[in-house]
Design a protein around this ligand. Structure first.
Ligand code: RET
Length: 261
């Protein structure tokens, strides 16, 4: 780990702390929100709560690892000798990316026959993407980082291609309101998922493991994670709410029906 200025160290620390808060806050929201949407969509919010719970734990550990990796000497944060553990992030993605894929496929409401095989291919691609990225992430060698980065990008492009197509196909048979929501989530997906390889590339081109590169990678991944997990979960909630309203499965609607009987 390179030496960091107080500003650089604190920027990463504060971003990690913000991520813990965002994951815990959204966890509470996703747990409670299950009660106000149709039964059919609840499973999506359960998956969402799992994602942010797992991420909240990992961010807490990443924050601890960041704290221990540096010591303050003469106004600068120098490496303490304890390694900063990058594996927390990758283990987190290994668990949460497949869950996010499940969540999206569920809310797409595809037929049973097409859901299983598609999900399987997407999850295999996700495992490859993350597994191939890790050797590059922990390497200090430019060439090694580039090779693993490119290899990991192949399954990445496959996933984005499939999701883009599937979300596009949904637009045709949705109401105007749901159409807008699916369009938004389509762009959110491309923008946030695209952020990860960009952060990785900045880490490579910014001089592998230079102070600026280390800070940019940590801040980049953290912003992407808050968006891809918490904000994305909120958007899935809005879609589920809208769909429940349209198919009359909102718990408040069912209650009203029972009362008027
Ligand atoms: C890596 C390595 C460099 C190339 C690519 C990568 C892509 C990572 C992605 C991660 C997505 C994580 C998500 C987490 C949310 O919980 C591994 C950085 C393409 C796309 C969505």
């Amino acid at each position: 780990m390179p030496s960091l200025s107080v500003g650089q160290y604190s920027l990463v620390f504060n971003m990690l702390s913000l991520a813990v808060a965002a994951m815990l806050g959204s966890f509470a929201f996703f747990v409670m929100s299950q009660k106000i949407i149709g039964a059919k969509y609840r499973i999506s919010m359960i998956v969402s709560s799992l994602v942010v719970l797992i991420a909240g734990y990992h961010y807490y550990r990443i924050m601890g690892s960041w704290e221990h990796a540096f010591t303050l000497v003469n106004g600068a944060y120098v490496a303490s000798g304890l390694p900063f553990n990058d594996a927390y992030r990758y283990v987190d993605w290994m668990l949460t990316v497949p869950l996010l894929l499940v969540e999206l496929v569920l809310v797409l409401n595809l037929t049973k026959d097409s859901t299983g095989p598609m999900l399987k291919k997407l999850i295999i691609a996700a495992v490859l993407m993350i597994g191939l990225g890790y050797p590059g992430e922990i390497s200090n060698d430019l060439m090694t980082r580039n090779v693993w980065g490119v290899l990991s990008t192949i399954p990445f492009l496959y996933i984005l291609g499939v999701l883009w197509g599937q979300l596009g196909a949904q637009l045709a048979n949705s109401s105007e309101k749901v159409k807008v929501l699916f369009t938004n989530i389509r762009y959110l997906l491309i923008a946030t998922w695209g952020f990860y390889p960009i952060a990785y590339a900045i880490g490579t081109w910014g001089g592998t493991k230079s102070p600026e590169a280390v800070v940019a990678v940590q801040v980049g991944y953290t912003i992407a994670d808050i968006t891809a997990k918490a904000l994305y979960g909120v958007m899935i909630f809005v879609i589920a709410y809208q769909k429940s309203k349209e198919d009359g499965s909102l718990p408040s609607m069912i209650e009203e029906k029972q009362l008027s009987r």
